[in-house]
Design a protein. Sequence first.
Length: 313
Amino acid sequence: MSAQGSYDGCTRKPIDPAIRPKTARPESMLPKMQIDFPFSLHTLIRRHQEGLGTGVLTRFLVYSFLAIVLMSSPCRATDTPGPELRIASEGARPPYNYLENNELAGFEIDLGQELCKRMNRVCRFVPQDWDNLIPGLLDHRYDAIMAALDISDAAKEKIAFSEPYVRMPMALLGNREEKLPDTSPKGLTGKKLGVEANSLYQAYAEDHFDHSQIQTYASLEEAILDLGEGRIDLVLGNKADISDFLKNRREAQNTAILGELPHDAAYLGEGIGIGLRKEDKELKRQFDQALEDINKDGTFTKIRERYFPYAIN
């Protein structure tokens, strides 16, 4: 078979001639080996059972035939999935995870299933309340956590994490009739900027928008409600949380996202990752490799677009 018509033995996908080793000899030049058996396998087994074979020789031929057949399959080691992988999720943080007909669903469930497929593992998602996610992992009730879990210093004292799969940007929410061509500190000079009190966003706003009037609120919701009443000009917060409010709350009908700021790890942390036990280094390696692969081939984007109409990583 020519290079153009070659196929991978496991996936049956065409092999790109460009990635074939340059030093490889054409298949027509390779020596061919053919083994001729004097009997079929069925005949060998029947003769052995009837006592017509030659004892040790017959057994040798039968076992040799079976060994060659088994060794000829290029997929014999990869066709069988590894042990079941149990992944915990909360089911209370849409669109990351939620319950649908009493089953876990959402972005992280779809993402986890794809990662398991790449790792050749069968996954089972199990619901777990937030407060017991990490204790349950350490108690070996499951093998991983995918529950919009931030990679924080406090969490890293107890568990390990995969590479982050979400680095959520910040958003500036304002009156939909307004324009915000400049989201730099200079562009927001004199603006009244609402943030959730004692949050990472308050720290970011106070350090970056020192020429704006920073006003704190007990919750993001209260800040957005005050925006609707015209008491402040903008609200700074997590883009996913603001987008969810816009989608589900009537009070936000006169507001819109006017600008976006990139995820700043110095204030917001590394992002959201898969929680793992510290000793499970090989499992972390497999998850990291699978995440890298689906980002490279565009699969991550396809899954993300079902739940987030904007980039999250």
